[in-house]
Design a protein around this ligand. Structure first.
Ligand SMILES: [Zn+2]
Length: 340
């Protein structure tokens, strides 16, 4: 009995530590100003290009399980108590052949059966789940979801995917309707491709929650045409040395693209790490002329996030192995051109 209690305590401490690490807020002040269980800070809400909303969530008429406020940006699920799963869908489906990015900030504690962020078709009848507690998104072949517990689910198949998220986390959804892939971001860090083969589906943004008084704030809903610049920026930000070179050589261009594709921009700790590398090393890297070649490897890679922010080890390993690489000048030129 004693050991079980200790184990539970250790698990609780571990969960708490993990959740604390997954906040976007960098200041403890944010968490000292919680009002009625709702986070009051604006962290992550006023970044470049965010605060744009190409669509909004709509709720079913006559439902009291969901309350909108703050110009429909704040969504409160189960305002008094919970008796099942409340579900929300966006007002229109995602346009084909475009990149869509939308993001929600968790402004209350998350707990209970499930709180999920994802996409789903128009065939899901939202009211059917009113009296059932479930992990709704991904329960059938019509929806795809990411749980606050860190799992993803589609067609009743779930797997461990990314980090857990909770109060203070930013959860972004990057839906590439050109390729048909969906990737989540937590606090602007990519979690890797979660789902594929979405191209043939007509899907809407969706949220679901079983937790009483759980609340989220939508911080942006934008879309853009597919561009080589975007793909290249995505590759460049993964490599601190390459990112540093990009910032130093093309500061204006870097500013423009980082503003346009703000969710791809590395988080502050990665930027700091990139800037911390000595200048001499920087020169040597530039002279080897191989930096941009990594574009090809990464553009075609399926496991895009294996080394995402994993860091310098992966980059260094590749450098030591550089003689084995195949040079592809055509793509190198393309990538440089795309960035410029
Ligand atoms: Zn904050």
């Amino acid at each position: 009995m004693y050991f079980r209690s200790c184990e539970r305590q250790r698990a609780n401490v571990k969960n708490k530590a993990e959740l604390l690490a997954n906040r976007y807020c960098s200041s403890e002040v944010c968490f000292s100003e919680i009002k009625d269980g709702i986070l009051q800070c604006k962290c992550g809400e006023n970044d470049a290009m965010s605060n744009k909303f190409e669509w909004k969530f709509v709720k079913e008429e006559n439902t009291s399980d969901i309350v909108f406020s703050n110009e429909n940006k704040d969504i409160l699920f189960h305002p008094t108590y919970s008796h099942g799963t409340a579900v929300l869908r966006g007002e229109k489906p995602f346009a084909k052949n475009r990149h869509h990015y939308w993001e929600v900030k968790m402004i209350s504690s998350l707990y209970g059966t499930d709180v999920m962020v994802g996409v789903g078709s128009a065939n899901i009848r939202l009211a059917d789940w009113k009296y059932q507690f479930c992990s709704l998104l991904g329960l059938d072949g019509q929806s795809w979801g990411y749980s606050y517990k860190g799992n993803i689910q589609h067609d009743q198949l779930g797997r461990k995917y990314g980090v857990k998220y909770g109060m203070g986390s930013l959860v972004g959804v990057h839906l590439d309707m050109w390729r048909g892939t969906l990737e989540y971001y937590v606090n602007r860090r990519p979690m890797g491709t979660a789902f594929r083969n979405l191209k043939r589906h007509e899907v809407y943004p969706m949220l679901s929650s079983t937790a009483a008084k759980s609340a989220v704030r939508i911080t942006c809903a934008v879309s853009t045409e597919p561009t080589l610049q975007m793909y290249c920026l995505k590759v460049v930000v993964k490599k601190p040395a390459l990112y540093r070179e990009f910032k130093q050589e093309m500061p204006q261009i870097a500013r423009i693209y980082e503003k346009k594709y703000f969710w791809i921009r590395p988080t502050i700790d990665i930027q700091t790490r990139a800037l911390a590398v000595p200048k001499r090393q920087n020169k040597r890297e530039r002279s080897d002329g191989l930096n941009f070649l990594t574009c090809e490897e990464n553009l075609t890679s399926d496991s895009e996030t294996e080394d995402v922010y994993g860091g310098l080890e992966a980059t260094n390993r590749k450098k030591s192995d550089k003689n084995k690489r195949i040079r592809s000048l055509g793509l190198e030129d393309d990538c440089v051109f795309a960035i410029v």
